[in-house]
Ligand binder design. Structure first.
Ligand code: S3P
Length: 192
């Protein structure tokens, strides 16, 4: 079995739709960590409200550990999962990791339009744009350790084809080695 392909990146960068398209293209099984957690523990907003963020992060760790024992998957991860060093070590050792990016205005538009997915507790309340800016600033270095894939103006199928090409061209590329855009260049372009 080939190593897993792991997608990380901020909320609203398209990890789930790209992951689905990539799994279809590669003929692999697709899994989404938020979905797995919801199947076991109930909705994400309920987990945050009932038990707090730390408990949710613990569920993410359990999920990362379980998925790292499998191969051949396309894994879409919750926006912060791969920023936990233990999770990054586990899933990075067993797979190729790509960080999807988009500009802040695009993230905001996608998050507000995403009425099918689970609500994002970290962006609820007043001024989600400001929260996006703040969280992105905190997370930019973390996402920047992975191979950056810009999603702006591109369809999920096109992004999936790009990732598939990179897998073929660089099958053994090590993780923790970002190329292309420096996500700290500008907060408008940087998504991470
Ligand atoms: C989170 C992102 C969400 C979900 C949770 C927390 C984050 O997943 O895991 O609401 O901290 O970035 P998506 O990135 O799939 O929205």
């Amino acid at each position: 079995m080939p190593p897993n392909v792991v997608l990380t990146g901020f909320m609203g960068t398209g990890k789930t739709s790209v992951g689905r398209a990539l799994a279809e293209l590669l003929g692999r099984t697709f899994v989404d960590t938020d979905h797995l957690i919801e199947l076991r523990h109930g909705s994400i907003p309920d987990i945050f409200a009932r038990s707090g963020e730390d408990v949710f992060r613990g569920y993410e760790r359990d999920t990362a550990r379980a998925l790292a024992e499998q191969e051949g998957l396309v894994i879409s991860t919750g926006g912060r999962l791969m920023l936990d060093p233990i999770n990054a070590e586990l899933l990075g050792a067993a797979g190729r990791v790509f960080a999807l990016t988009a500009p802040v205005h695009e993230i905001l538009k996608r998050v507000l339009a995403d009425i099918e997915g689970p609500p994002r507790p970290l962006l609820s309340g007043d001024d989600p744009e400001n929260r996006i800016h703040r969280l992105l600033a905190e997370r930019a270095d973390g996402y920047g350790r992975f191979t950056i894939i810009d999603t702006q103006g591109r369809e999920p199928t096109e992004i999936a084809a790009d990732i598939a090409n990179r897998l073929t061209a660089e099958p053994d590329r090590p993780e923790q080695d970002s190329d292309e855009t420096d996500p700290t260049d500008s907060d408008e372009v940087a998504t991470p």
